[in-house]
Design a binder for this molecule. Structure first.
Ligand SMILES: NC(=O)CC[C@H](N)C(=O)O
Length: 196
């Protein structure tokens, strides 16, 4: 049985817990860095990236999450979580966790257009995915080893780099669980690879 943690400092935690449970994996709210030892994959939820970063520092999570990723364990960032994973943020000198080789823009669809829904063609799924965007970022540039999984208005809004996955939208806010299931499969694969 795989255990997937959701960083539970701020943001859309409960929705991710429910979505993870629906995949059949065990879901754990992560509030202390020691709990990272008990999980096979980690979700960084949506919320507010600056606030979440402050809490990551306050609760001494920064290096612990980077180490978790360097061990080859999958991390999935949604919305604010995507911003936390980028190694460059437009208009800011410093990035946050820097797990993925990509530059992101915050609130990139305009502050006025606070939230909207859009149907996306996702390369790894056969059918369209209805995505909920809330003050969403997008990926401005990415390295060749970052695979763009979906675009909206020609902007990259979902991507995968090895065992790292990110979406600019909130896959946990709809009944369509395909992104969480996709992540759960990445967790299963990495667990097998790490065990062999
Ligand atoms: N829904 C979200 O996670 C919004 C992210 C937010 N705009 C940020 O910069 O952190």
């Amino acid at each position: 049985m795989n255990t997937i943690g959701v960083l539970a400092l701020q943001g859309a935690v409960r929705e991710h817990i429910r979505a993870v449970e629906e995949t059949g994996a065990v879901a754990l709210e992560i509030k202390r860095k020691e709990q990272l030892e008990a999980i096979d994959g980690l979700i960084l939820p949506g919320g507010e990236s600056t606030t979440m970063r402050r809490l990551i520092d306050n609760y001494d999570f920064f290096e612990a999450i980077q180490t978790f990723g360097k061990q080859g364990k999958p991390v999935f960032g949604t919305c604010a979580g995507l911003i936390l994973m980028a190694n460059e943020i437009e208009g800011q000198n410093d990035a946050h966790l820097g797990l993925m080789d990509m530059k992101v823009a915050r609130n990139a669809f305009g502050r006025q257009v606070a939230s909207f829904e859009a149907s996306l063609d996702v390369t790894c799924f056969g059918e369209v995915f209805n995505a909920v965007f809330i003050r969403a970022p997008y990926i401005l540039e990415s390295a060749p080893n970052v695979e763009v999984l979906a675009t909206y208005q020609n902007k990259a809004v979902a991507a995968k780099q090895g065992h790292y996955l990110c979406t600019a939208f909130h896959p946990e806010l709809t009944d369509d669980n395909r992104f969480i299931e996709y992540f759960a499969q990445m967790v299963e694969q990495s667990k097998q690879t790490l065990a062999s």
